[in-house]
Design a protein around this ligand. Structure first.
Ligand code: CU
Length: 690
């Protein structure tokens, strides 16, 4: 993993604010399977991080685990890291606090001041990734804001000025393009290099690495979440895939508890059962996409991802390779860290055919139910159902579907190859974080359909431009919907509550603020790109990672706007304007772009946009050389690829172009984008040759 100064990826970071980029200590010398772990005063040890291939579960990995003793974390201080208690304007982890309410009151932002929010600073960050540059929640402590991008690079910025404190460049692709992110505790920043399944601890003030641990599993499971640190322990999970191999048979998610001092493995927990539901050659699933939450007793709550294949494969239509409930996919889990044992679980969507994860961080709150203060845990995810359970007993209290539901309870799909349209689709439901404040749960919803046959997902049914959204407020005690506002865009920016205001955002880049009690619109602000990462608030500031695909609509400020991906800080009284940095590097002259003379009459333009081809159907002549000129008009990286016959353009950054010459017999062919996740998100086209 070396990073030549002139590499393409490196140049396209587009970090105008940073002129010196630092290679991180061990980053350039990391060798596969062997991770050197260092800690000042503790000496150096190495561990074989790739388990041997002849067992069913990873061997416990710890520097001191040779004895029978259950390893304990080295105490670094109080169970609750000081970042959570020292300063109430900190935002130390994805959920803001250990109960993941995403609700802050020590802020000057409220319904009476919101009109004074304006730009304080911005930092352009543009990297190539399937779903945009910025997919992680910013986190904040000790005056520093930490942001990870979707290539695992980490930026530490002065939270008031945006000036660089340090940057660690990794350029490690993340499974499914994120979410990832940073977790803070005990003066360290914890994050992951997702595709490599490496967990990193670095010093908050300098970025200097303290340790690395590789938790990659036997079947090459990667990481796509932010770590959470509590009680001197780092919690992180694998998911069933890497950027190269996603939901392959046998891949499963394991939760790991690591010693925050050393990175040594304290325990792990398989989030699947019965060796992948009795068919580990075909099935895969489980794992975390978001941090766990922690209650006052130090008990842990986890939201678990989906089971696969969805909806089935040849020979096993309608998920018949995985009969039964498929625990603990799509489930809410309570785990006791003392025993690493399961206290209780609720499988929200047993034997789910449609990729309907229960992936969000469970929210914890004390709620008066029938006059009795009850510890309640709230869960949701892509299944589009908000569930409340008694946190002590695991008894389900209520469940309320939000957004559009259609065919999502089917257990059998048509055998004749025809498709059914399912809501929520694989890009829909409650995709991003909920929030809790003053007895109300806020759920951001995406309404987007996916069409399925018994053995396949129809990628042409997926289209980001067609998604719509809702923000739904539910009474925490009963699940009753208090208010429900419709949005013209897919709401992928989570919910964030600051005093009496709840914020969300989406792919139109518009940040919308609503009054907590009645859903009245208070304020909107046009970000310079689509927003598919959650916001953070601290003191006078609201932080907006705007790095996603961008779709204008009737409410957009400028229908002609070109997206420029930026981390933006708004501030009460801010008067700056978004400055500098184009997210899409100026079009470079591509040597292949000038068509050779002999095919001048046979050149066809195909544009790539986020995330589709234009046109989606192209007719070309048979039996002659045809040049396809591919022009990337989007923010994300794309290419033009065909499998039969094999053909591919180079990987194009925004603004770049390339040409592919093909000579085909009459017939129908498919072209697609080979960036992981894009074909699955509908980036396919039909080539008619005649
Ligand atoms: Cu693409």
């Amino acid at each position: 993993m070396s990073l030549p100064e002139d590499s393409k990826q490196f140049k396209n970071l587009g970090l105008n604010a940073f002129n010196r980029r630092r290679l991180v200590g061990t980053g350039a010398v990391l060798s596969a399977g062997l991770v050197a772990t260092t800690l000042a005063g503790k000496g150096v040890f190495a561990q074989d991080a790739t388990p041997s291939a002849d067992g069913a579960t990873p061997a416990p990995q710890s520097d001191e685990s040779s004895g029978a003793q259950f390893p304990k974390a080295t105490k670094l201080g109080n169970a609750i890291p000081p970042e959570y208690t020292a300063d109430e304007s900190n935002w130390p982890s994805e959920g803001q606090n250990l109960k993941a309410t995403r609700y802050v009151t020590k802020s000057t932002i409220s319904s009476t001041t919101i009109d004074k929010l304006g730009v304080a600073w911005n930092v352009p960050i543009s990297i190539g990734a399937p779903f945009g540059s910025l997919v992680a929640n910013p986190v904040i402590a000790n005056g520093i804001l930490f942001q990870q991008d979707a290539q695992s690079n980490v930026y530490a910025l002065n939270k008031e000025t945006g000036e660089k404190v340090w940057t660690n460049v990794y350029n490690d692709a993340v499974p499914s393009g994120g979410p990832n992110g940073v977790g803070l505790g005990y003066d360290m920043a914890f994050f992951t290099l997702g595709g490599s399944a490496i967990v990193v601890a670095a010093k908050q003030d300098t970025g200097e690495e303290v340790w690395r641990t590789n938790i990659k599993g036997y079947r090459h499971e990667g990481i796509t979440m932010a770590p959470l640190v509590f009680d001197s322990t780092v919690y992180v999970s694998t998911i069933p895939g890497t950027p190269e191999a996603f939901y392959n048979g046998g891949q499963r998610g394991f939760i790991f508890a690591l010693d925050a001092s050393t990175g040594g493995v304290l325990w792990y927990f398989d989030t699947t059962t019965d060796n992948l539901w009795n068919n580990a050659r075909i099935n895969s699933g489980g794992g975390l996409w978001h941090v766990p939450s922690v209650d006052d007793e130090g008990q842990l709550y986890f939201g678990i991802g989906n089971a696969a294949p969805y909806p089935g494969v040849e020979g096993f239509p309608s998920a018949t390779s995985r009969l039964g409930d498929n625990n603990y996919a799509d489930s809410l889990l309570k785990i006791n860290p003392e025993t690493a044992g399961l206290e209780w679980f609720i499988n929200v969507k047993p034997h789910d055919l449609f990729d309907l994860d229960n992936q969000l961080t469970p929210i914890l709150a004390s709620v008066s139910i029938g006059g009795k203060d009850t510890n309640v845990v709230f869960a949701s995810g892509k299944h589009g159902i908000v569930v409340a359970a008694d946190a002590d007993t695991g008894k389900e209290l209520w469940r309320t579907p939000v957004g559009k539901h259609q065919n999502d309870n089917l257990q059998e799909l048509p055998a004749d190859g025809s498709t059914v349209e399912v809501f929520p689709g694989t890009l829909g439901g409650v995709e991003t974080a909920m929030a809790f404040a003053e007895g109300i749960i806020f759920a951001p919803v995406v309404n987007a359909a996916t069409a399925y046959s018994a053995t396949a997902l129809d990628p042409t049914s997926l289209d980001f431009s067609k998604g719509t959204g809702q923000l739904v407020a539910l009474e925490a005690a009963t699940g009753k919907i208090l208010w429900d506002v419709e949005l013209p865009t897919s709401a992928y920016a989570g919910a964030t509550v600051v005093n009496d205001v709840v914020f969300t955002g989406g792919l139109d880049g518009i940040i919308r603020a609503f009054k907590v009690d009645d859903g009245k619109v208070l304020w909107t602000w046009q970000a310079p790109a689509g927003v598919n990462a959650p916001l953070a608030a601290s003191g006078d500031y609201l932080y907006i990672p705007a790095g996603g695909p961008f779709y204008v609509n009737a409410e957009s400020k400028d229908p002609e706007a070109k997206p420029v991906t930026n981390l933006v800080a708004l501030k009460i009284g801010g008067t700056a304007t978004i400055s500098g940095g184009s997210a899409t590097p100026a079009a470079e002259a591509s040597p292949a772009a000038s068509s050779p003379g002999d095919s001048a009459g046979n050149t066809f333009d195909v544009s790539t946009v986020d995330i589709a081809f234009d046109p989606k159907e192209l007719t070309i002549p048979a039996g002659t050389d045809v040049t396809i000129k591919v022009i990337n008009k989007g923010v994300l990286q794309h290419d033009f690829a065909m499998d039969d016959p094999k053909a591919a353009s180079k990987l194009l950054n925004g603004g770049e172009s390339d040409s592919v010459t093909i000579n085909l017999k009459s017939g129908e062919y498919q072209y697609y984008c080979s960036v992981p996740g894009h074909k699955e998100a509908g980036m396919v086209g039909r080539l008619i040759v005649k």
